[in-house]
Design a protein around this ligand. Structure first.
Ligand code: SAM
Ligand code: SF4
Length: 474
């Protein structure tokens, strides 16, 4: 598999994961819905909003698709492969529907938005097609579909942020939660379908973000990740006072909820990571020392074609600035191999910027042309697949070496680690993360720690993906 993603915003191991019923839910439901999600964390977070809307209509979640009256797939359009996965999954639902007529199948998210009612022609079994800004209308659409009509709502909104809907945390470890702070994107990177599927950028009311984060903390959560396609362009203007809140201001407000609540954010566009954001991070120990700073390409010529609005020198300067203000900050990236017209020297530029930036990890992809994007309309997808794959493989090799090198540098250091869960491989070990977002596994040692505790861990060893350590003090 050469479309490589790490374990953070686009978690490969979570692709297609169904949401489990909320364990503490006292309600008895007459009807069941099943929802599985693909793509970025935003989609997983949206599925929790959908669950909240459906719960209020008397539908309870099930993890067993065969028990469901309503089956939803929350889809991703970012690369062709993501769409193919969904199409394949739909053929499996067809068989289920044949066995249990009356079951409704709905397509949500970016593919719904991209294909609109065309989806109904192409995939006859689909009953509902609902875009990411239309989830409030789901109850009415379900009624329409139950009456035998095909139901579609793909209207994009300029102001929908679902600010007042408390997402149902269906699949959470109870320690780390995601809080959506904005929707849409105005950036128009030429390769990207997101501005077309998720619409214009809009920021959510800051008070509702602080309230949701405070509620999570009061319910035992110890980490929130502020989510958006481009979080550092967050900008909210309070309608009554006219006061404006930038991303730096919002970070500060959330950081002040409690020093025991860690704050992360995802994802940033390098152009918007200002000194103000960096100094705010540096001032608050509970804002994690970790920035996802997607490079895409290390060639200025390709960056221009991608409409990324920075040069390779500017990007490397930004990496230097981050390290100057927070020398211990972890940095990760997104990289695309084989964009239109990419030559060997452009590819080499990408490898060079990786070496300069010393990324702890990267999400690495080869270019996949998406219908309707600026690149599809303006440029030819002219790099043969074998070259794209070879370049991607070289990028992966550099990243593997950098990840191992970065982990080796941590041997002998101690970190404050938030315990997230038992290690999947060995119940005698805990798994947690340090501020830099690195996974650390360490023995429980019969100490009475629990999920959500902070412990100080000394790193003794590592693999490319994980630090291994031991608790050195309570
Ligand atoms: N808003 C985020 C940003 O600007 O960094 C990224 C959002 S996008 C869901 C995640 C990543 O997918 C991008 O950073 C890019 O590397 C990758 N991506 C987007 N469109 C792509 C395409 N057409 N082919 C390959 N990778 C793509
Ligand atoms: Fe896509 Fe660029 Fe917006 Fe990220 S910033 S979602 S890559 S258009």
């Amino acid at each position: 598999m050469l479309d490589v993603a790490g374990n953070k915003t686009h978690d490969e191991s979570r692709q297609g994961e169904p949401l489990a019923p909320y364990a503490g839910d006292p309600n008895k439901y007459q009807k069941r819905f099943y929802i599985e999600s693909y793509g970025c964390q935003m989609n997983f977070s949206d599925s929790e909003i959908v669950a909240s809307i459906l719960n209020a209509e008397g539908f309870g979640a099930t993890r067993n698709v065969e028990d469901a009256d309503l089956i939803f797939v929350n889809t991703c359009s970012i690369r062709e492969k993501a769409e193919q996965t969904v199409r394949k999954r739909l053929t499996e639902f067809r068989k289920l529907k044949e066995k249990k007529p009356g079951t409704l199948v709905g397509v949500l998210g970016c593919m719904a938005e991209r294909l609109k009612s065309k989806f109904l022609e192409e995939e006859k079994l689909v009953d509902l097609v609902v875009g990411p800004d239309a989830y409030r209308t789901l109850p009415a659409l379900v009624v329409e579909a139950e009456g035998g009509q095909k139901a579609v709502n793909v209207l994009l909104s300029r102001d929908e942020t679902y600010a007042d809907i408390s997402p149902v945390r269906l699949d959470s470890n109870g320690i780390s939660g995601f809080v959506s702070i904005m929707r849409g994107c105005n950036n128009m990177c030429s390769f990207c379908v997101v501005p077309f599927t998720r619409g214009r950028e809009r920021s959510r009311d800051a008070d509702s973000i602080v309230k949701e984060s405070t509620d999570l903390f009061n319910n035992g959560y110890r980490e929130v990740t502020l989510l958006g396609q481009n979080v550092d362009s967050y900008y909210y203007s309070e309608p009554t006072s006219g006061k404006t809140i930038t991303f730096a201001g919002l970070l500060e407000m959330v950081a002040e909820i409690s020093p025991r609540l860690r704050i992360r954010f995802s994802t940033s566009h390098p152009k918007d990571i200002t000194d103000d954001v960096l100094f705010t991070m540096a001032r608050h120990e509970n804002i994690c020392r970790y920035i996802h700073l997607p490079l895409q390409s290390g060639s200025t010529r390709i960056l221009q074609l991608m409409n990324r609005t920075y040069t390779r020198e500017w990007y490397m300067g930004k990496v230097n600035r981050i390290r100057e203000i927070m020398p211990d900050c972890g940095i990760s990236s997104d990289i695309i191999a084989g964009f239109c017209t990419e030559e060997e020297k452009d590819h080499q530029d990408t490898l060079d910027v990786m070496e300069h930036s010393l990324y702890d990890m990267s999400y690495m992809f080869f270019y996949s042309e998406r219908p309707g994007t600026l690149a599809q309309r303006r440029y030819k997808d002219d790099i043969p697949e074998d070259i794209k794959k070879r370049r991607l493989q070289e990028i992966i090799e550099v990243q593997n070496r950098l990840s191992l090198q970065s982990n080796k540098k941590d041997i002998g250091k101690t970190f404050s680690v938030l315990i997230e869960s038992e290690s999947k491989r060995d119940a005698d070990n805990w798994k947690g993360r340090n501020s830099q977002n690195k996974v650390i596994v360490f023995p429980k040692n019969n100490l009475n720690h629990r999920k959500g505790d902070y412990v100080t861990v000394k790193v003794n060893d590592c693999t490319q993906a994980t630090l291994l350590g031991e608790i050195v003090e309570m």
